[in-house]
Design a protein around this ligand. Structure first.
Ligand code: F6P
Length: 550
């Protein structure tokens, strides 16, 4: 029993029941599960909003799903979900509400934090963003010399980069081609250098995106960008106003940096960085796709929020995906989860999910600070198909690891593809369907032999199969569908954190490296002796300095 009166996860009878059930299922094969149940493929699907989910290729039976839902009930997933939507401070270690769902709620909604409805301010910022976006896109907002803006450079890192950068790529087909967009995140000067290559400062707008406005990478890059701008324009600090806007919760630091608070788009401490791209952090995206498309995307998020909040457990897609992940993570020893989108436009989708999932659920103490005795968040990885097929799918098919995977695809190619390229779409999707089939059902030794393969090669050419996948299909990758997909994953991560009894909304694990980097830097630049450096690191610092001729 923990301090909140909840039994430890691994002592719950529901957890024990799943362990026993896992042993009973032993190594049941998907071939058997499908053969025994002709209705399985049809029954194990869900249609939620515009998303069609097929979860029939999972190593589960009706009994598995029932036991998993009982685990969710016993661990209070629904209660924690309701507390989140009520604006309670469920991020306990930072004592904050977790209300990214308010960012996409309609004007008519009421969502209080500390008794105050936050919806009016959410919509006020959206309106302010829309006005700014319209001005830049129509050329009414000009740079210091009167030239219209041609390039937007978003400077941010983590949630202040991955979300807008991912969504910009995802919705490329909806973006204006009048503006060029670049995203700078790394403190490696090469990132900014390459992004600024060929740009005219008079036509460049910088968006400095940082929730805290203290993140060293972002402030360093923003300072360098300001220097580049002012020297390029041959102007003084007064030029900054037309070329720099800030997205932040920290007005004081924004002003200190020299950005006019009028040019700041606000969000709030109840929005986590990795849950923030539908807040002001999405300004670069809104500039690219326009405010109507941005609002369509928010409506997509909201549709999934409402589904998660109200759908019964049997039909609740984020709950289902979260529980399936737990089934493999905790009862099949899976260490990772692959996300494999069959869309070039989703090239940054998995990188985005890595922060969402791994920063949220990469924890090893429970909500009371006690060490957990069960596995928590998986390693999330993957790249778009079909590229991965020619790289690491070998391991998925014939390796020794359990790697559950999501296959994501769209029925229609984007509209602005010329007909001959759009014609390649069926081939792309044929690969998605083929991979799901091959992973699940494999190829038996008998099937291989029947093809005339010599006996010694049969084991090498056999595919065990039984690799679980979820297939997620939508008609097209529209702004609304992107919103639905992201919210689906956000809530999946929520479900898992709730079951594992961890705080999914803090990220203390990123702090130590930041502190140490600050301490080590003077040792590199000035040779200052740093107290407490271990022998290995001290040796590396000395070698680095020697290589730099210092
Ligand atoms: O260091 C991790 C982190 O705090 C992320 O959670 C966050 O998204 C990122 O840094 C950037 O933070 P900020 O938006 O405050 O610059």
């Amino acid at each position: 029993m923990n301090a909140e009166g909840r039994s430890r996860l691994d002592q719950l009878p529901e957890w024990q029941a799943l362990s026993t059930h896992r042993q009973e299922l032993h190594d049941v094969h998907l071939r058997e599960l499908f053969a025994a149940d002709p209705g399985r493929a049809e029954r194990y699907t869900l249609d939620v909003g515009d998303l069609h989910l097929d979860y029939s290729k999972h190593l589960v039976t009706d009994e598995t799903l029932r036991l998993l839902r009982e685990l969710a009930a016993a661990t209070g997933v629904a209660e924690l979900r309701d507390a989140m939507f009520r604006g309670q401070r469920i991020n306990i270690t930072e004592d904050r509400a977790v209300l990214h769902t308010a960012l996409r709620a309609p004007h008519s909604a009421v969502m209080p934090v500390d008794g105050e409805d936050v919806i009016p301010e959410v919509h006020a910022v959206l309106t302010k963003m829309g006005t700014f976006v319209d001005r830049v896109r129509c050329g009414d907002w000009t740079g210091h010399t009167g030239k219209r803006i041609r390039t937007v450079v978003n400077i941010g890192i983590g949630g202040s980069d991955l979300g807008p950068a991912m969504a910009y790529e995802a919705l490329r087909a909806y973006t204006t081609r009048e503006l060029d967009f670049r995203f700078v995140s790394n403190v490696d000067g090469a990132d900014l250098h390459e992004a600024l290559r060929g740009l005219d400062p008079a036509e460049t707008l910088f968006i400095v995106a940082s929730k805290t406005f203290t993140t060293i990478e972002t402030i360093t890059n923003a300072t360098s960008a300001r220097n580049w701008l002012l020297s390029g324009l041959g102007a003084g600090g007064e030029a900054v106003a037309q070329h720099f806007v800030a997205l932040s919760t920290n007005a004081e630091k924004v002003a200190e940096f020299g950005i006019d608070p009028q040019n700041m788009f606000e969000f709030w401490d109840w929005v986590g960085g990795r849950y923030s791209y539908d807040s002001a952090i999405g300004l670069s995206l809104m500039l690219a796709i326009g405010s109507d498309h941005f609002r369509e995307m928010l409506a997509g998020f909201h549709e999934m929020d409402e589904h998660f909040r109200t759908a019964p457990p049997e039909e609740n897609a984020p709950l289902l995906l979260g529980l399936l992940g737990i089934w493999y993570n905790n009862f099949h020893d899976a260490q990772s989860h692959a996300v494999l989108p069959y869309s070039h436009y989703l090239s940054k989708f998995t990188a985005y999910l890595q922060q969402l999932d791994m920063e949220s659920n990469g924890k090893s103490v429970d909500r009371q600070g006690e060490p957990v005795r069960w596995q928590t968040g998986p390693v999330v990885w993957g790249t778009p198909g079909t590229n991965g097929q020619h790289a690491y799918y070998q391991l998925l098919h014939q390796g020794t690891k359990v790697v559950p995977a999501d296959l994501i695809g769209f029925a229609k190619p984007v509209e602005d593809l010329p007909p001959d390229l759009a014609g390649q779409h069926d081939l792309l999707m044929a690969n998605l369907f083929a991979q799901g089939q091959a992973l699940a059902f494999g190829k038996t030794p008998e099937e291989v032999s029947a093809e005339g393969v010599s006996a010694e090669l049969v084991p090498h050419r056999t595919f065990r199969g039984n690799h679980p996948t979820t297939t997620i299909l939508a008609k097209e990758l529209s702004p609304s569908v992107l919103g639905q997909l992201i919210a689906l994953y956000e809530h999946k991560v929520f479900v898992q954190g709730a079951v594992w009894d961890i705080d999914s909304f803090d990220q203390w694990g990123v702090e130590l490296g930041k502190v140490l980097a600050k301490r080590v830097e003077p040792a590199l630049t000035e040779g200052v002796e740093v107290a407490g450096l271990d022998a290995s690191t001290a040796g590396l610092v000395a070698t680095y300095r020697a290589m730099r001729g210092r």
